[in-house]
Design a protein around this ligand. Structure first.
Ligand code: SF4
Length: 259
């Protein structure tokens, strides 16, 4: 899951995200930071940013200005890929341009419009329940007033909505509300475990809590996007491309030290 839409190209030149190892100075064994330390994390994030650049050159905007758009987009992205999510979102918004209309639509109509994202019935039910609650709590289907809330209040409210887990909450906080958060999807979790930010058995929720406590607020968005690109193109699930990677000298998996 990424907030990047399928229309927004990654910044890595080839789309394959292939790093150029020659541009990186490897760390000598005596200077190597401890796995999972802040120095280790920042060193890895610095190198990833040289390749993908989302930290130094943030994407123009990954938000429409209405946090409810981001919440619904992220809800649709659960258990599917970005392409199917985007198809479902465009279908929904082109037929029902306002969230008020979506709230009044029948479950059958809603499920049909978002079918391409999978689990249409389940997601339609959650969507309607959430829209009804927000309509009741905020006097309309909008979360714009949440922009003045603090991080703790936002996390508490969004976490109480049905079907909304820590990753979705973090996405809305990071991309729609400008609050520090570090969503951990399958790519971020895999890269974190392999590099040694986390143990092999740590859950995505545990990794998210750790990264949110360790990564400086201003590095969260770029770091998150860079790690997703790295997981997609280089640190792939089945066959990580370690020979092309910019991080082997600080990677626990690559050095054969994984637990
Ligand atoms: S060295 Fe290999 S395992 Fe480690 S981050 Fe790079 S691609 Fe992933």
């Amino acid at each position: 899951m990424s907030r990047m839409t399928t229309k927004q190209a990654p910044r890595s030149s080839s789309g394959a995200g292939s790093p150029t190892r020659g541009a990186i100075s490897e760390v000598s064994p005596k200077d190597k930071p401890e796995y999972g330390s802040i120095d280790h994390i920042l060193l890895a994030l610095d190198r990833l940013d040289l390749i993908y650049g989302y930290d130094s050159v943030p994407p123009d905007s990954l938000s429409t200005g209405e946090p409810l758009d981001g919440l619904m987009l992220t809800l649709l992205s659960q258990n599917t890929n970005d392409r199917n999510r985007d198809m479902a979102y465009e279908s929904l918004r082109s037929h029902l341009p306002t969230w008020g209309q979506a709230a009044r639509a029948s479950h059958t109509e809603l499920a049909g419009l978002i079918r391409s994202a999978g689990l249409g019935g389940t997601k339609a039910s959650r969507m309607k329940t959430i829209l009804d609650k927000i309509n009741s709590d905020f006097g309309g289907c909008t979360l714009v007033s949440m922009k003045s809330w603090c991080a703790r209040e936002v996390r508490s409210y969004l976490s109480g909505l049905p079907g909304i887990g820590p990753k979705t909450v973090a996405c809305v906080m990071l991309f729609d509300l400008g609050l520090p958060a570090f969503p951990v999807d399958t790519h971020v979790a895999r890269v974190s475990r392999r590099l040694g930010f986390a143990s092999e058995h740590d859950s995505p929720e545990k990794i998210q809590l750790f990264l949110e406590s360790a990564v400086p607020a201003e590095r969260c968005k770029g770091g998150h996007l860079n790690m997703i690109e790295h997981g997609r193109h280089t640190c792939r699930a089945r066959s990580p491309r370690c020979s092309l990677c910019t991080l082997p000298d600080i990677c626990r998996y690559c050095l054969g030290l994984a637990a």
